[in-house]
Design a protein around this ligand. Structure first.
Ligand code: ADP
Length: 161
């Protein structure tokens, strides 16, 4: 059984994340979406809120699980879940540089774990969690970029009317 971990901040989850998750589910037998908890990183949503939003968007599908991990290497977390694959999405050349470095580091730490990338679909190529926070924070519409539930919660957090 091929298990993959899809790690990320998901602050908040977007349609770009959903796209990667849905495509990942077609490839792997079991997919674990793992919210990385980093107390040093400033986030809008708590880990529990991010998981709740992900569940609202994608919950109820068999073979899809949601979890958090903190204070440990991603590869050690993957090993603890018997996962041989780390799934990541790729959008831009900037993504590539960062992902290349992380993948090489993880290969060194855990040669038995492969990182597999899914290329973004063109409509999501410029979509990121930071961009959506900026758009909604300044009163723009998140339609098509995040589901209404995420847009609503973002507006509450950012005090947008
Ligand atoms: P991180 O802080 O780990 O980069 P993110 O939540 O920003 O967390 O992203 C998690 C993963 O999802 C990364 O692999 C990122 O490249 C991918 N991703 C984010 N947005 C998109 C998108 N619009 N299309 C494809 N992949 C995406």
């Amino acid at each position: 059984m091929a298990t993959a971990i899809y790690p990320g901040s998901f602050d908040p989850p977007t349609e770009g994340h959903r796209n990667i998750i849905e495509r990942g589910l077609r490839i792997f037998d079991r997919l674990i979406v793992a919210v990385a908890v980093n107390p040093l990183k400033k986030t809008i949503f708590t880990p529990a809120e991010r998981i709740a939003l992900l569940k609202e968007m994608l919950g109820g599908q068999k073979n899809l699980e949601f979890d958090t991990f903190q204070d440990r290497l991603l590869v050690d977390y993957a090993r603890s879940k018997q996962a041989r694959v780390i799934l990541r999405g790729l959008r831009t050349v900037q993504d590539y540089e960062y992902e290349f470095q992380m993948t090489l580091a993880n290969q060194r730490l855990a040669p038995e774990i492969e990182t597999i990338f899914l290329m973004t679909e063109s409509e999501f190529s410029h979509l990121s969690s930071s961009l959506i926070k900026e758009i909604v924070g300044l009163g723009g519409s998140g339609k098509g970029l995040v589901p209404p539930i995420v847009e609503g919660k973002l507006k509450e957090k950012l005090k947008v009317r």
